[in-house]
Design a protein around this ligand. Structure first.
Ligand code: NAI
Length: 532
C-alpha cells in the first residue's frame, strides 16, 4: 500500500487482501479501476484552477502509479496540457509552494566528485530513459533553477503515457548549479541551491561527471537533455552525441515535430518542400534545430546543402541573419544569407515572399496583424507556426492567425489552442507538441538498443508522423493526428527509428521480422495485474 508502483488502493482484490495481509486496511467494497477513475475525476474536474488539478495528478502519481498512468493515458487530450505545457510552466514557477514528495534525483554542485555514488541511491537499476535539465531555460519562462524539475517529471510521464515506457524505467534529473532568478533566490521556500549560477569549468565538470556516471550506472539508458540554455544545449549536444546515447529535445525533437507539420501542411496547399521559403522568427535552439533538420530533409529530396540553406531564412532579435553581420554564433552562421541587412519584419516579408512563418522567438505577439496579412498576401495560404511556449509566449493565437488571414493560414502552435469557428468554418489548430516525437523515438531506441541517436531518426520520425495524418484531419486544417492516437503514433515511430538504428549499424539488439508486434509487446499498459 505504501509503494506507489504496487498500490491499488480500494482495488485490491479479495484474494490479494487475504494473501498480503491487507484485510481491514482498506474499506471493504472492492472497486474497479473504472470506479476509481470516476472518483478521481469527480473532484478533479470541479477544481477551480489548473494548478490544483496539477497537484491532484501529482499526488495520485505519489499514491498509485497504475491509476495515474491509466487516467493520463485514457484522457490524454484532457491531461496533456496539465502534465505538460502550459500548466507545467506554472507548476515550475510555484514548485517551492506545491512540493509534496520528491520525484527524481537532484544533482547539485555540492555532489561534485560523488555523482556515481549518488546515482546508486536510486532504488531502481533498470533505467531506460533519463530526462535531465539544469533549469536555465524552462519553456519560454527563463531561469527557474531546481524548480525546473517539473519538466523532466512531466516529460517522463509522457514517455509512459504515449509510448508505454515502464514508469520504473524512467529517471527525472535536475542538475542544480544555482539560479540567476533573483526572486527565487529571495524566496525562503525555493528548494534549490541559494546561489547564483556557477558557470565555466565547475559547471562543465558536474555535467560531465553526471553523463559518465549515468552511462556507467544505467548502461541501457537514453539521456534526453531538456530546457538547457541555448549555448549549453548546443555545446553538450555536439560534445556527447557521438559517444553517448543522447539527444536534445528542444533542438531535435522540436525540429521533427515542426518538419512533420510542414509535410502535412503541404498536403493542404499542394506545394512541395523544394519550392518553399521558410522565414524563422527566432534563431535559437528551436529555430535553428528546425532549420538544420529542414536542410537534411531538403537534401534527401535532392537539393545540395547550399540550395537547401537558401530556403531557410532567419530573423533574430537583431534582424535578418545575413552574412555581413559580425555578431552571429556558430548555429546562426550557416544560415547567414547574402542579403542587405534588414530589421523590419514587414519589409523582410515583402522582400523574401516566404511561404511559411515559423515562430520560435519566445516573444509573445511577434506575429502582428500586419505580419500575418503580409504573409497571406505573398503566400496565399501561409503556413504559420507559433511554437513558443507556454501559451502566454505564443507569437500569435490561433484566433489571430485565422482571423487576420481570413481563414487562409495553416496554423500550428507549441501550446494547445481550442478548435474555433471562423466565418462558418471550423478549424482545429495543430499542436506542434514534441510528445508526438520523443516517446516514439525513445521506444525505438530502447527496442533496438541503439548506441547513438543520429539525425536520421528524427527525419524518419517526422515522415512517419506526417503519414499518419488523415484526409479528414487535413480538411479541418489539422496537421497532426489526434492525440487520442498517440500510442499508435509512438509505435509507428518506434518501428521506423529501430529500423534506422539497424540500417546505420547502431542497433545492439536484433528485431524479429515482425518488429511492430515485438515493439508493441514492450509497451507498458497501465492496468492492474494480479499480485497473488
Ligand atoms: P533561444 O533563447 O535559444 O532562442 C530565441 C531566439 O529568438 C534567439 O535567436 C533570439 O535572438 C530570437 N528573438 C528574440 N526576440 C525576437 C523577435 N522579436 N523576433 C525574432 N526573433 C527574436 O530559445 P529556444 O530554446 O529556441 O526557445 C524559443 C521558444 O521556443 C521558447 O518559447 C520555447 O518554449 C519554444 N519551444 C517550443 C517547442 C515546441 O513547440 N515544440 C519546443 C522547444 C522550444
Amino acid at each position: 500500500m505504501q509503494d506507489p508502483v504496487l498500490n491499488k488502493g480500494t482495488a485490491f482484490t479479495e484474494a490479494e487482501r487475504d494473501a498480503l495481509g491487507l484485510r481491514g486496511l482498506v474499506p471493504p467494497h472492492v472497486q474497479t479501476i473504472d470506479e476509481q477513475v470516476q472518483r478521481f475525476l469527480g473532484i478533479y474536474r470541479k477544481r477551480a484552477t489548473d494548478l490544483e488539478r496539477y497537484i491532484d495528478l501529482s499526488s495520485l502519481q505519489d499514491r498509485n502509479q497504475t491509476l495515474y498512468y491509466h487516467i493520463i493515458t485514457r484522457f490524454i487530450e484532457e491531461m496533456m496540457p496539465l502534465i505538460y505545457t502550459p500548466t507545467v510552466g506554472l507548476a515550475c514557477q510555484q514548485f517551492g509552494q506545491i512540493f509534496r514528495r520528491s520525484h527524481g534525483m537532484y544533482i547539485s554542485q555540492k555532489d561534485l566528485g560523488n555523482v556515481a555514488q549518488l546515482l546508486n541511491n536510486w532504488p531502481r537499476k533498470d533505467i531506460r530513459v533519463i530526462v535531465v535539465t539544469d533549469g536555465e531555460r524552462i519553456l519560454g519562462l527563463g531561469d527557474l533553477g531546481a524548480n525546473g524539475m517539473g519538466i523532466p517529471i512531466g516529460k517522463l510521464s509522457l514517455y509512459t503515457a504515449c509510448a508505454g515506457i515502464h514508469p520504473t524505467q524512467c529517471l527525472p534529473v535536475a542538475i542544480d548549479v544555482g539560479t540567476n532568478n533573483q526572486s527565487l533566490l529571495d524566496d525562503p521556500l525555493y528548494l534549490g541551491l541559494h546561489q547564483h549560477r556557477t558557470t565555466g569549468e565547475i559547471y562543465d565538470a558536474l555535467v560531465d561527471e553526471f553523463i559518465t556516471a549515468a552511462s556507467a550506472t544505467f548502461p541501457q539508458a537514453l539521456i534526453q537533455f531538456e530546457d538547457f540554455a541555448n549555448h549549453n544545449a548546443f555545446r553538450f549536444l555536439h560534445k556527447y552525441r557521438n559517444s553517448v546515447c543522447t539527444f536534445n529535445d528542444d533542438i531535435q525533437g522540436t525540429a521533427a515535430v515542426a518538419l512533420a507539420g510542414i509535410y502535412s501542411a503541404l498536403r493542404i496547399t499542394g506545394g512541395n518542400l523544394r519550392d518553399q521559403r521558410f522565414l524563422f522568427f527566432g534563431a535559437g535552439e528551436a529555430g535553428t534545430g528546425v532549420g538544420e533538420l529542414m536542410v537534411t530533409a531538403l537534401q534527401a529530396e535532392g537539393l545540395s546543402e547550399a540550395q537547401a540553406r537558401k530556403a531557410c531564412w532567419f530573423i533574430d532579435s537583431k534582424g535578418l541573419v545575413v552574412q555581413s553581420r559580425t555578431d552571429l554564433n556558430e548555429q546562426k552562421r550557416p544560415f547567414a544569407q547574402e542579403h542587405a541587412p534588414l530589421k523590419d519584419p514587414l519589409a523582410i516579408i515583402e522582400a523574401l515572399r516566404p511561404t511559411a512563418l515559423i515562430g520560435a522567438s519566445g516573444q509573445a505577439g511577434t506575429f502582428t496583424q500586419e505580419i500575418i496579412q503580409a504573409a497571406t498576401r505573398v503566400a496565399g495560404r501561409p503556413i504559420v507556426f507559433a511554437l513558443s511556449n507556454p501559451t502566454s509566449k505564443a507569437e500569435c493565437t490561433a484566433e489571430q492567425a485565422y482571423t487576420w488571414s481570413r481563414g487562409a493560414a495553416i496554423f500550428a502552435s507549441g501550446s494547445p489552442f481550442a478548435p474555433l469557428e471562423f466565418e462558418g468554418q471550423w478549424f482545429v489548430p495543430g499542436q506542434g507538441n514534441n510528445a508526438y516525437i520523443f516517446p516514439g523515438v525513445g521506444l525505438g531506441i530502447i527496442a533496438s538498443g541503439s548506441r547513438l541517436v543520429p539525425d536520421a531518426m528524427f527525419l524518419a520520425a517526422a515522415q512517419t508522423l506526417a503519414q499518419l495524418v488523415t484526409e479528414s484531419d487535413l480538411k479541418q486544417g489539422r496537421i497532426y493526428p489526434s492525440l487520442k492516437q498517440i500510442r499508435e503514433v509512438s509505435l509507428a515511430i518506434a518501428v521506423t527509428v529501430a529500423r534506422v538504428a539497424e540500417e546505420s549499424g547502431l542497433a545492439t539488439r536484433k528485431l524479429p521480422e515482425d518488429a511492430r508486434s515485438a515493439i508493441q509487446k514492450l509497451m507498458y499498459v497501465p492496468n492492474y495485474v494480479s499480485l497473488v
